[in-house]
Design a protein around this ligand. Structure first.
Ligand SMILES: C[S@@+](CC[C@H](N)C(=O)[O-])C[C@H]1O[C@@H](n2cnc3c(N)ncnc32)[C@H](O)[C@@H]1O
Length: 236
């Protein structure tokens, strides 16, 4: 299917797809998490059932996340090695590349990677299928900028300590981890997934030699729910 951009009709269809996908998500049922602990089957299903229509992918905006675009607006990333985690359809990876970075982008789901490559056939981004929890050893300490948007909040809490270690392990000395995620108060109940992150989960990203450099708590607007934008530096 050709790509026509987003409009009200796109968002209405995307909301309908989200409802259908929630209905087959074991994590939406009490006790269902053991059926698909890493949510791999569900992510695979999302991209398979979408049949090439981005309106069937609940996080597809066909544009970089506004908080990444805003962060990039005042920076150049020339010559930096960047890694985009859980890249989905590729818009954030393309924005990092447009800012000058040499970008590798990966997703757990091969279908997502193939789709991103189809959308950006002349891309300089190196799109790969890979698992954050079993990343290629040669990526260890290999990136000046690691960007993560919305993957942590899509993972069960029980995986987040391991995810934090995995993210930290990818960052070169002196490098930066940039995290964009929905935010919630400590102890606030949410009916995830997705599970907006509480402050303790952002603080827990400062592992493996990372320290928090900036933490922005961005209040909700008409256009966007409350978010964190956090940057962690690895000592160089
Ligand atoms: C909520 S989507 C966000 C996609 C993209 N980052 C964005 O902001 O539009 C989460 C993505 O992470 C991918 N993912 C989930 N678990 C992963 C893992 N262990 N390793 C790599 N990617 C993963 C999913 O397939 C999905 O594309």
């Amino acid at each position: 299917m050709g790509e026509t951009g987003v409009n009200e009709e796109f968002f209405a269809r995307r909301a309908a797809a989200r409802a259908r996908l929630d209905a087959i998500d074991p994590h939406k049922r009490a006790g269902g998490a053991t059926a698909d602990p890493q949510r791999k089957d569900w992510f695979e299903a999302v991209y398979r059932l979408a049949e090439g229509d981005a309106a069937n992918v609940p996080w597809a905006n066909l544009a970089p996340h506004p908080l990444l675009a805003d962060w990039l607006a005042t920076r150049r990333l020339d010559h930096l090695r960047a890694l985009d985690i859980g890249c989905g359809l590729g818009d954030n990876a393309e924005a990092l590349a447009a800012a000058g970075a040499r970008v590798t982008a990966f997703d757990l789901v091969e279908n997502a990677v193939a789709w991103a490559k189809r959308r950006f056939p002349r891309s300089a981004v190196d799109y790969r299928a890979a698992d954050l929890f079993a990343a290629p050893p040669e990526w260890r300490g290999g990136f000046d900028l690691v960007h993560e948007c919305y993957t942590l909040q899509a993972l069960p809490d029980s995986l987040l300590d391991e995810a934090a270690q995995a993210l930290a392990s990818l960052i070169a000395p002196g490098g930066l981890l940039l995290v964009i995620a929905r935010a919630r108060d400590e102890g606030q109940e949410v009916a995830g997934p997705p599970w907006p992150l509480p402050p303790s989960r952002i603080a827990a990203l400062a592992v493996g030699g990372l320290r928090c450099e900036t933490l922005e708590d961005i209040p909700a607007t008409d256009a966007m729910v409350r978010h964190w934008r956090a940057a962690f530096r690895r000592d160089g």
